[in-house]
Design a protein around this ligand. Structure first.
Ligand SMILES: [Zn+2]
Length: 104
């Protein structure tokens, strides 16, 4: 019984020693420490610019004035452009034919 208990104490110790050895071995082979989180967090492909549909200016989405038009999100350089877009007739809400006649 005592030997059995001793085994339970020894196994984690041996396992820990084993993994430390493995770690050192890997560091020795690859020449670098294993730090998966060491990569710098950069944006994937630069910053995507969006185009103001009213005046054609390219702007950063995070600085743009946004407007949800149906399902699409539109970006504007200023409130004035957004208001202009809103004031335009009939380009909003996608499908004009769905407004008529369909009850299904
Ligand atoms: Zn604009």
């Amino acid at each position: 019984m005592l030997r059995f208990a001793l085994l339970f104490i020894l196994i984690p110790l041996v396992a820990r020693m084993f993994w430390r050895t493995v770690d050192h071995f890997i560091e020795g082979v690859t020449g670098q420490t294993r730090h998966p989180a060491a990569r710098p967090q950069a944006p994937p492909h630069g910053v995507q610019m969006v185009r103001d549909p009213v005046c054609g200016t390219f702007i950063l989405p995070e600085r743009a004035v946004t407007l949800l038009d149906g399902r699409t999100r539109l970006f504007f350089c200023s409130n004035a452009c957004r208001d202009k877009y809103r004031a335009r007739p009939s380009t909003r809400s996608g499908r004009p034919e769905s407004a008529e006649g369909r009850t299904a």
